[in-house]
Ligand binder design. Structure first.
Ligand code: NAP
Ligand code: MG
Length: 329
């Protein structure tokens, strides 16, 4: 695997080009401000009436409506929520694209699953920081950066990869290191990771553990501490030094119990379920479900959110966190 650093990237490729950052949320504010501080010509694109217009202007950025920004720009970075990117593309970008322009993304979903089908005469690239936007900004201001992954979907100019590397340098990514991937790999692994492990697997594991203890008659408050609250302490250790570091820090009883009993919980059945999940991602089954869910105004999505909010673990947690003055509201 090759890593790219500052010396592999040339900011001159972006000089004299206007970069439109569409959206000013988590990623948008970080990309716009970092690129501006790197000396680039940046405009923020937003929809009329968006409260972020004032925020971006206060930060010293030029703001235009999406279509004006797209028209003025040579490089357009799509940082509006993934579910509305195809509508923004159709309404504001498509008719304002010119041959030689660059269309950039921080996540591959809409390109990989054909929700946006760009013309052949432009470059289509991805620059995805592997962290939330606020850390992208904070690290840049501290003279550092967070690792980025980049990808090229279409290379009309013959320079698409170098442009992606230059952009990454502009937001601080090459300070930390850049890895090349493809739209397919980024999209499929990202969806799999969030569903199987980060946002789906972990939360269900916490809920199942909590409900097992409460169902056996133990106090919900004690179950909350054991199955949810302590998760952060464990994850921090894993983040700092890997699984072994975590096992080194916990008691021998916890280490033996974890190593010996964990595979009984995430066993053959869970691994089979993971394979099925991955298959649904690879075949576009999940993408179709999510796109239709959004077209239908999110009936299942809203019901799932409501069910979670009303669940016992969330109610108990809200009460207990009130006792912990150091946890930010
Ligand atoms: P976000 O925080 O939800 O921000 C989206 C921004 O777009 C907000 O400023 C939003 O304004 C604005 N917006 C909404 N509708 C718009 C419209 N019609 N026209 C223009 N702007 C509009 O999104 P995000 O998390 O930064 O995600 C942006 C992209 O980065 C996605 O592709 C995502 O997958 C990718 N990404 C995110 C992360 C992450 O950690 N967050 C990491 C890597 C990649 P309002 O708030 O007023 O709606
Ligand atoms: Mg967000």
């Amino acid at each position: 695997m090759k890593l790219y650093y500052d010396s592999d990237a040339d900011l001159n490729l972006l000089k004299g080009k206007k970069i439109a950052i569409l959206g000013y949320g988590s990623q948008g504010h970080a990309h716009a401000l970092n690129l501006k501080d790197s000396g680039m010509d940046v405009v923020v694109g937003l929809n009329a009436g968006n409260p972020d217009i004032e925020k971006a202007e206060k930060a010293g950025l030029t703001v235009q409506l999406n279509d004006e920004a797209a028209k003025a720009a040579d490089i357009i970075m799509m940082l509006v929520p993934d579910q509305i990117q195809s509508a923004v593309y159709e309404n504001d970008i498509k008719s304002n694209l010119q041959a030689g322009n660059v269309l950039a993304f921080a996540h591959g979903f809409n390109i990989h699953y054909n929700q946006i089908v760009p013309p052949k005469d432009i470059d289509v690239i991805m620059i995805a920081p592997k962290s939330p936007g606020h850390l992208v900004r904070r690290q840049y201001e501290a003279g550092q950066g967070v690792p980025n992954i980049i990808a090229v979907y279409q290379d009309a100019s013959g320079k698409a990869k170098d442009i992606a590397l230059a952009y990454s340098k502009g937001i601080g990514g090459t300070r930390a290191g850049v890895i090349e991937t493809t739209f397919k790999e980024e999209t499929e692994t990202d969806l799999f990771g969030e569903q199987a492990v980060l946002c789906g697997g972990v939360t269900e594991l916490i809920r199942a553990g909590f409900e097992t203890l409460v169902g056996a008659g133990y106090q919900p408050e004690i179950a909350y501490f054991e199955c949810l609250h302590e998760m952060k302490l464990i994850v921090d250790l894993i983040y700092e030094g890997g699984l072994s570091r975590m096992y080194y820090s916990v008691s021998d009883t916890a280490e033996y119990g974890g190593l010996a009993k964990g595979p009984k919980i995430i066993g053959k059945e869970s691994r089979e379920a993971m394979k099925k999940l991955l298959e649904d991602i690879q075949t576009g089954e999940f993408a179709t479900e999510w796109i239709l869910e959004n077209k239908a105004n999110g009936p299942k999505f809203n019901a799932l959110r409501r069910l979670l909010q009303n669940s016992q673990i969330e109610q108990v947690g809200a009460k207990l966190r009130g006792m912990m003055s150091w946890i930010k509201k």
